[in-house]
Design a protein. Structure first.
Length: 198
């Protein structure tokens, strides 16, 4: 009986030493002095997948591109497609059919001012005179349109909204960056504050 207990004690001690030795060996094996070697990879497919990177060539596609365009005619769930074309006809039609649906109050104008500061000020300038930092610094050689020009002040509200949405000339479309409600707030700020001051 005493001998059996002694054997069990030795066996337990031996197992403990063996486990400790395994842990120490694993610890030493996991250390890497060069920091270049990843060590043993048990699932290399997880680290080195066979997928094509976004901008890489893809022999499986007819045009050889991995990045796919959305299916023609698809629209994000929360967005309505913009119905006006980015040409003279679309601009004129927008001017006739679009009117600011927002109630023009202090809050709307304050939000419009902040949105103008974020999206418009760099080109059109604080006063709307087309002297934003991108042009005055020389980084952008084409002078942006002054929002104080007679023809711009006289244009219908819908045209201003249209230009922000679909772009015009060298100005890019901002519909993907600014929601329709935010665009109307910018229009309100431009017409009620910037153009009224001058």
């Amino acid at each position: 009986m005493l001998l059996n207990m002694y054997n069990l004690k030795n066996t337990g001690s031996l197992l403990l030493k063996l486990n400790l030795a395994i842990v120490v060996l694993l610890f030493i094996a996991s250390c890497d002095r060069t920091r270049e070697d990843k060590g043993v990879e048990y699932f290399p497919d997880m680290a080195h997948g066979y997928d094509y990177k976004t901008w890489s060539e893809n022999p499986a596609m007819e045009d050889g591109r991995t990045m796919r365009k959305p299916v023609e005619g698809t629209v994000p769930r929360h967005r309505q497609p913009y119905p006006y074309t980015a040409d003279f006809e679309g601009r004129e039609l927008a001017g006739l059919q679009l009117f600011n649906p927002l109630e023009i109050n202090e809050k709307t104008l304050e939000e419009g001012k902040e949105l103008y500061r974020i999206f418009c000020l760099q080109c059109h300038g604080e006063k709307g005179d087309g002297k934003g930092i991108l042009h005055t610094s020389g980084k952008y050689v084409i002078p942006p349109t002054s929002l104080l020009e007679e023809r711009i002040v006289a244009q219908p509200t819908g045209e201003t909204f249209h230009v922000i949405s679909a772009g015009w000339g060298v100005m890019g479309a901002h519909a993907s960056l600014i929601t329709p409600e935010q665009r109307w707030k910018i229009v309100a700020f431009v017409e009620q504050i910037i153009q009224e001051k001058n």
